[in-house]
Design a protein around this ligand. Sequence first.
Ligand code: SAH
Ligand code: SF4
Ligand code: F3S
Length: 477
Amino acid sequence: MQRPRYALRTYGCQMNQHDSEKLASLLHHAGYGLAPGEDEADLVLVNTCSIRDKAEHKLYSDLGVLSAWKRGGEGRAIGVGGCVAQQEGDRILKRFPAVDFVFGTHNLKLVPAMASAAFEGRRSVDVAERRSLDRFELPERHPDCPDLTPGRAWITVMEGCDMFCSFCIVPTTRGREISRPGEWIISEVEAAARRGVSEVTLLGQTVNAYGRQEARRGHAQKVGTLPFADLLARLDAIPGIERIRYTSPHPIFFDEALIEAHASLGSLCPHVHLPLQSGSDRILERMRRRYSARSYVALVQALRRARPDVAITTDLIVGFPGETEADFEATLSLVEEVGFVDHYSFKYSPRPGTAAGALDGEVGPDVAQERLERLQDAQRRLTLDYHRSRVGDKARVLVEGQSRRGNGQWAGRDPYHRVVNLVSGAKSVCPGAFVEVEIVEATPHSLIGEDACAMPEASPREGLWIEGVAKGVGSPA
Ligand code: SAH
Ligand code: SF4
Ligand code: F3S
């Protein structure tokens, strides 16, 4: 058989997108090449998300299309991974005869062997939770892997979640919290810097809970975890790393040292994505979020004292069981009070096996929709106000690719994680490079930046294989 080729469909958060990068690298190490499209592929992997019902259903509609794809050629195989795979396990094999194998979120390493078995006609499933560090020991990123994020890299620092917020499926699909040894993380960032990466985003479901379970069990020294702020300081010292981001932190895991890091570490970006979920204490309690609206505001104030220009963004849920108009108004007024630069808001979606499923007070879909729109209207105004306040600023932009606006402009991000579309710029502009611009205009979704030099014509980027990112800069998390 000639060199087999793979294609990947990816849904969900950055953790899942980063898992797809790891899968791609593992497949390259196993002798696969990236197919130009699914028609040319021998293996299609679907890396799924289960955070809301709609995300889960994307898999089922994809599998309809992929079943036809499989019938369209000889020796084709389909593998399903990610959070729906973890949740459903062999039920996927039973329900969809076209699926050859199902791998869990802890079993990426098994994929090349499962794929080989599939080509020999053997179906398999492995969704075992692996609590050892082995699952993080992957071969170095294969040099032929398509570079999804030139100049930038995601780095896993911890995985899993022990918080069990009542609405959330993630503790089930990602398992228990486990943190990687600090030295592994530092070496990975050093290796990234050597290949030209200047921005790293540290990933974890509750990233700032890094090392807490190891410390609680008295294993920190043995495992080699360190306080999160100390880890940031070590990474800040790595030459070539100009920007450090982390996502998603949980409000209860900010300590003095982490807040202080925002004042003292030059490479720590002035942006914190700080999920709030609701502005009503009654609802926060039912969500099991373990903070109050006031303690959240106090945290924002502390971050602003440390770093006055910090941009705060958030996640919000509307229509959680029992949410009254008054509860919703508390959320709306907290959004105004904090003055979020942006937010993602979602209608509550019941997830299998979660505690919120048993709560009374279902909110009707029309009411939830109306609340979602009111929140998003308020945010549009706040975002535009923020963007307007930036006009006239100088900004350093890390170029990502072509603008979503589809007009051939380049676009990138400033330190505050805002999308900046570049109307002209330095000759050397290319994805992964920095350009210095002046912000000349504010739009509802982005900033417009201008540089004195003329910009070369943008050419479409090839080989993008992760849906969502392929659509252009600015796709939601
Ligand atoms: N670990 C992050 C959240 C990851 S999930 C944190 O602790 O904040 C991303 C977002 O999806 C959440 O912040 C929440 O706003 C939303 N979400 C999670 N479960 C949901 C559900 N059942 N219905 C609607 N939105 C949900
Ligand atoms: Fe889900 Fe809560 Fe864990 Fe975030 S902290 S992943 S919302 S359970
Ligand atoms: Fe989705 Fe799993 Fe991430 S449910 S949001 S892919 S952790």
